[in-house]
Design a protein around this ligand. Structure first.
Ligand SMILES: [Zn+2]
Ligand SMILES: [Zn+2]
Length: 346
């Protein structure tokens, strides 16, 4: 067994090196990784050296959306065995703080999240990881789908935060990867009328393929007017903002129905964003936000296994580990085409 890892050594520069084989500690398993996705955050770190307030300092391994096979058990591992295929939830939390204790562990201030500086990621062959953050995949889920449980969890948490229900009308702003997994999650929650808004025709095509009721190209028409037309002026039950653009964030209060819910999923590069609170005071909608996800992996895996959610349509590009530089170049240069690229590690 030989371990190799891919490190960004400079902006836009990736290098694969031999690295030591990790040893699973108590209650950890050694996982041979098979697929690791490329997240928008990975691309930001790679190209800009930062994502929000997190800054890359020195050689850094990216990657956090991963799945593989258990090849060795540390001491005291009880629930997994060698040969189990698993998806890794990439945030290890303290388990002691008020947020962990109340089940809202995604808010734990001491979280160690893969590929969030200074915590290294997992573009590597082998990783030692806590057993309780490795979720067993049923036979009918591939490790490629397993790697997509992570982004899907963001969409499912968004649908949970919005309390999306049977019969809901939903607008999803943004049809990138997170917009599309939010679409899948809203459908699985029973939303029956889903409008997806983006400015890139190819992404709108993907949204239609994945089950949107209709799409709006925000470059061609005024999306607010269009939503008003569709709903006879009432607005929709749930507005999910996944683009993270000041422009679309600003649109949300004009699209939501009175008493509806706005869910903010996308992170704007601009910290302060103009927002019409007169609309909010008039309509009394709830405003919810999303930070990663919590307690979702088991449901996400069950939903994929059951066929309720099909994530396979999200992957548009696949690269071998040796071509990871090319994969990142592609994600940067063909932004409009790439919904989700995955690295085949094994
Ligand atoms: Zn991700
Ligand atoms: Zn904690």
């Amino acid at each position: 067994m030989k371990n190799r890892g891919a490190f960004m050594t400079d902006l836009d520069k990736m290098e694969i090196r031999d690295i030591p084989m990790p040893e699973p500690k108590e209650k950890e398993v050694l996982v041979e990784l098979e697929y690791v996705g490329i997240c928008g955050s990975d691309v930001h770190y790679f190209h800009d050296g930062r994502c929000g307030s997190y800054v890359v300092d020195g050689d850094f391994m990216l990657g956090h959306e991963c799945a593989g096979t258990v090849v060795e058990l540390g001491e005291g591992v009880e629930n997994l065995k060698v040969g189990d295929r698993v998806a890794l939830e990439p945030g290890i939390t303290c388990g002691q703080c008020e947020f962990c204790k109340s089940g809202r562990y995604n808010l734990c201030p001491d979280v160690q999240f893969l590929a969030t500086p200074p915590v290294q990621g997992c573009y590597e062959n082998y990783i030692a990881f806590p057993e309780n953050m490795c979720f067993k995949l049923p036979d009918n889920i591939s490790t490629k789908e397993g790697a997509l449980v992570e982004p899907l969890s963001v969409g499912m948490h968004a649908a949970n935060q919005g309390n999306v229900q049977l019969g809901d009308s939903v607008v999803i702003l943004g049809a990138g990867c997170i917009g599309l997994v939010t679409l899948l999650a809203c459908k699985a929650h029973g939303a029956t009328d889903i409008t997806v808004v983006d400015v890139i025709p190819k992404r709108l095509d993907y949204a239609m393929k994945l089950g949107a009721t209709r799409v709006i190209n925000g470059k061609e028409v005024d999306a607010i007017e269009e939503v008003k037309k569709i709903t006879n002026g009432a607005g929709v039950d749930k507005v999910m903002e996944t683009a993270g653009s000041p422009f679309t964030i600003k649109e949300t209060p004009f699209m939501v129905k009175r008493g509806g819910t706005i869910v903010l999923v996308g992170i704007s590069a601009q910290e302060t964003v103009e927002f019409n609170f007169a609309q909010i005071m008039d309509k009394e909608p709830e405003i919810k936000s999303v930070f990663r996800y919590r307690n979702i992996y088991p449901q996400a895996i069950a939903a994929i296994s059951d066929g309720l959610i099909d994530v396979s349509g999200i992957v548009t590009h696949e690269f071998d580990f040796d071509n990871i530089q090319e994969a990142f170049d592609c994600a940067i240069n063909n932004k409009d085409d790439v919904v989700k690229a995955v690295i085949k590690i094994k």
